[in-house]
Design a protein around this ligand. Structure first.
Ligand code: UGA
Length: 437
């Protein structure tokens, strides 16, 4: 996500130096390419190439910078919710190169509330002569549309320790707030018609706001998944419920899709981290606990349904469609597809799995009984059922009447409610959705 922010700021007209210390990634970036799959980034890099450069060396970026942005990842940690080792390692490295003029150190990485104080104390020890203001400035970018979210954000949130630091960041974001950033042509239609608001809050609030936003969105998803489960037991239809809810401006139209649950590197990690953070501060966040529990169970609940329809999963051949945690990304962190493969194997099934980005995915070593396929028709060959896990467009556009001929039984478990009921009926499939009646 750091790269999307860097590119957005370069598109906004700033000169941006990106420090990347993984040699392979750096080489790719220096050739103007992107070392992972993220739509629009390469086209955008072409547009702002004059403002953007990449280096492995802190000393080439830190001393001359007016603003230093820390965007390293904070992976999950069992003890504290978020593992801050990369944050502190970067601070140790850059501290050596801080000049004695005013600079803002912006923390963009998702960090527990109070981290800004730890950083402040550390920097005072490591660089007592530096003139550094710490600011917390969380990002709200989604994978698969990270650049779009970076250039056209809903809001910018800043918790700065000094007034001059806030003013400097306001200047940094001025072109984005005014909506005058140059973007690749296909993003033009998303350019907002209104100015982007900037919020000045305390650093603690900025840190918590990030977790609150992710937890709230996760709550919406778990809520819809529970409503879908009630639909299943009552005969109501989740599509009708969604249509009703999304027209209520107080509820909002987004993140109301029921399915197999949320995955990825953010919601699972951040909901757990917020729950632990609350507990450490003496508060039990019961609602969030339930959100997490519902999410953990949702995929297995779905599998139980399929097990029932198939009269058991032992020795059945099941196709898993989609291994990335959502479409338009090659990220498999907390992938529901991977979890389902492991559970299917544990229940005695054989699995064939497909993903349109298979070659670019990082997957665990599966035990015997799993075949990975880059061709959808091969994947479905002789399968007793298919589970659509990730709503890639290729599944919606597939000719299911033809593909169904490859299968032993035409059973489709649509874990994202994304296929046309009419098309599946015409293709002679037994269709099972999530709360779709
Ligand atoms: C999420 C947030 O949406 C971003 O605002 C935030 O910046 C980011 O985490 C982060 O903390 O870095 P991301 O994880 O990339 O972004 O993906 P989302 O689009 O939010 O989807 C997360 C999961 O929720 C996916 O597994 C998706 O399938 C699931 N989902 C989403 C649903 O099950 N139903 C929905 O209606 C929407």
């Amino acid at each position: 996500m750091g790269l999307s922010t860097a590119v957005a700021l370069a598109l906004a007209g700033h000169r941006v130096r990106v420090v990347e210390q993984q040699t392979q990634k750096l080489e790719v970036l220096q050739q103007g390419q992107v070392p992972f799959f993220e739509p629009d980034l390469e086209a955008a890099i072409l547009l702002c190439a004059d403002n953007l450069c990449f280096t492995a060396q802190m000393q080439k970026a830190v001393p001359t910078a007016d603003i230093i942005i820390l965007a390293v990842s904070t992976p999950p940690s069992p003890a504290h919710g978020a593992d801050l080792r990369q944050v502190f390692a970067a601070l140790h490295q850059l501290a050596v190169f801080l000049p004695d003029r005013q600079q803002v150190l912006v923390v963009k990485s998702t960090v527990p509330v109070g981290t800004h104080l730890e950083i402040q104390t550390l920097m005072q020890q490591l660089a007592p002569d530096a003139n550094l203001a710490i600011a917390s400035n969380p990002e709200f970018l989604r994978q698969g549309r990270a650049l779009r979210d970076a250039v056209f954000p809903d809001r910018i949130v800043i918790g700065a320790s000094e007034t001059w630091a806030f003013a400097r960041l306001q200047q940094l974001y001025a072109p984005i707030m005014a909506g005058i950033v140059q973007v690749p042509e296909n993003l033009e239609i998303h350019r907002p018609k209104h100015a982007i608001p900037i919020l000045e809050v305390s650093a603690a609030s900025a840190e918590l706001a990030k977790y609150a936003a992710n937890a709230f969105l996760a709550m919406k998803i778990s809520f819809m998944n529970e409503i879908a489960n009630v639909c299943d037991s009552t005969g109501a239809d989740i599509g009708d419920i969604k249509s009703t809810l999304q027209l209520d401006t107080r509820i909002g139209a987004d993140f109301l899709n029921a399915g197999l649950g949320y995955g990825g590197s953010c919601f699972p990690k951040d909901t757990k981290a917020l729950s632990q953070l609350a507990l450490r501060s003496g508060y039990e966040f019961r609602l969030l606990k339930a959100v997490i529990e519902v999410n953990n169970e949702q995929k297995y609940r779905a599998l139980n349904k399929l097990e029932h329809v198939l009269h058991g999963l032992r020795d059945k051949q099941i196709a898993i469609l989609g291994l990335s945690f959502k479409p338009d990304t090659a990220d498999t962190r907390e992938s529901i597809g991977v979890d389902l493969i492991e559970e299917l194997l544990a229940r005695g099934a054989m699995v064939k799995a497909h993903d349109p980005m298979l070659a670019q995915l990082q997957l665990p070593e599966f035990s015997q009984g799993v075949t990975l396929c880059s061709d959808l028709a091969n994947c479905l060959e002789s399968c007793d059922a298919a589970i659509l896990v990730t709503e890639w467009r290729c599944y919606q556009e597939a000719n299911w009447a033809l593909l169904g001929q490859r299968m032993s039984q035409r059973i489709m478990f649509d874990g994202r409610n994304t296929l046309s009921l009419k098309a599946m009926q015409e293709a002679d499939f037994v269709y099972i959705g999530i709360g779709r009646n």
